[in-house]
Design a protein around this ligand. Structure first.
Ligand SMILES: [Zn+2]
Length: 86
């Protein structure tokens, strides 16, 4: 499935294709997304994947990137609690 990743400082977005079960991102995907979301190595807006702002999967689910030491990582879904407002 394709997931849209965003950086709300630069106004950029990128799509990655991940396996539905694992949500794994290869090191190559991480590098590509980072370059697209925030191309500057000196910019401190974001982490290793270049995400900034709330990453929405659907109306009730947000996700975050969990990096691994080898440069790869995975997306972790977090169900939104009722009462969040943004
Ligand atoms: Zn940046």
């Amino acid at each position: 499935m394709d997931i849209r990743l965003t950086n709300d400082l630069h106004g950029t977005d990128a799509c990655v294709r991940v396996e539905r079960g694992s949500l794994e991102l290869s090191r190559r995907q991480v590098r590509r997304v980072k370059r697209k979301l925030c191309g500057s190595t000196r910019c401190a807006c974001s982490g290793p994947l270049g995400l900034r702002g709330l990453q929405r999967y659907d109306a009730e689910t947000v996700f975050e990137f969990v990096p691994r030491q080898d440069g790869s990582g995975y997306l972790q879904m977090v169900r939104r609690l009722s009462g969040w407002s943004d």
